[in-house]
Design a protein around this ligand. Structure first.
Ligand SMILES: O=C(O)[C@H](O)[C@@H](O)[C@H](O)[C@H](O)COP(=O)(O)O
Length: 252
């Protein structure tokens, strides 16, 4: 990984503007190089922070027909359930842009968490095999163009939590958890080897709840001992942080 780029911005609204410009540039770059742009979405506040992308000038300058959308983690609920990350993304972002429905990859409904994780992993493997997704020559995992990653106040990313073994998974691409400390309990989640095979990762973190964990990750005294899940985000490609002043309030 190259040195992370850290954007320390004032307000969350500045993060939204900077993020839109960053994503639009990557979209143009990857579509010019490969003819598609594979994007992985987190749940949480991230979707709202994408709001500038669905406004001028970006909404009409982006070639949405080439976007492919995946979910970094998902709650195992029906897709129209208020807890669904797909529903959150659909209502706040996907319904506002012309991404073809066939390019959006929600989890399959009516499966257990374990079955849903296996099914999603198999689907990703199939998309690598048929050339829709790239493969990392180093790790053999799918290589997504961009992952948009949020962080919880406890330093979790995706549904990879402190004190839960899923964060140590080395082989599976997608795993499951049935006792997530953040409700709802049953979820599926990308694993770190899959996350870290990405070309670009944007860590998008706003709000004062995140300040302590941001101090641990980016403060002058890097933590030692048992790292937070977010400290394992270390992509083959580039890592870019988008932070507001509340999230960085504990940094010197
Ligand atoms: O489904 C989820 O719960 C998420 O994908 C999760 O990992 C989220 O990104 C973080 O908890 C940050 O959430 P906030 O942005 O709401 O703090």
């Amino acid at each position: 990984m190259t040195q992370p780029i850290i954007h320390k911005l004032e307000a969350e609204s500045h993060v939204a503007v900077a993020l839109a410009s960053y994503i639009a540039d990557l979209s143009a770059k990857f579509i010019a190089a490969n003819g598609s742009f594979s994007v992985v979405l987190s749940g949480g506040t991230l979707v709202d922070t994408l709001r500038k992308l669905v406004e001028p000038p970006y909404v009409s300058s982006i070639d949405w027909s080439k976007w492919l959308i995946f979910f970094l983690d998902e709650r195992v609920v029906p897709l129209d359930h208020p807890d669904s990350n797909y529903k959150l993304a659909y209502d706040g972002f996907l319904s506002k842009v012309p991404i073809p429905e066939s390019n959006i990859y929600p989890i399959k409904e009516k499966l257990s968490a374990e079955e849903a994780a296996d099914e999603y992993e198999q689907r990703l493997k199939h998309l690598v095999a048929n050339g829709t997704l790239k493969k990392s020559p180093t790790t053999g995992f799918a290589k997504f163009d961009l992952m948009l990653v949020g962080m919880g106040p406890d330093g979790h990313v995706a549904s990879l939590f402190c004190w839960h073994f899923q964060r140590f998974e080395k082989t599976k691409w997608v795993t499951f958890i049935t006792d997530s400390p953040k409700p709802p309990p049953p979820r599926i989640t990308f694993t770190f080897p899959l996350i870290n095979s990405a070309s670009e990762i944007a860590m998008v973190v706003t709000g004062e709840d995140a300040a302590d964990a941001i101090k641990v990750v980016l403060g002058e005294h890097a933590s030692y001992g048992y790292p937070l899940p977010v400290q394992k985000v270390s992509p083959e490609g580039n890592l870019t942080w988008f932070l507001d002043s509340e999230a960085t309030s504990e940094l010197k």
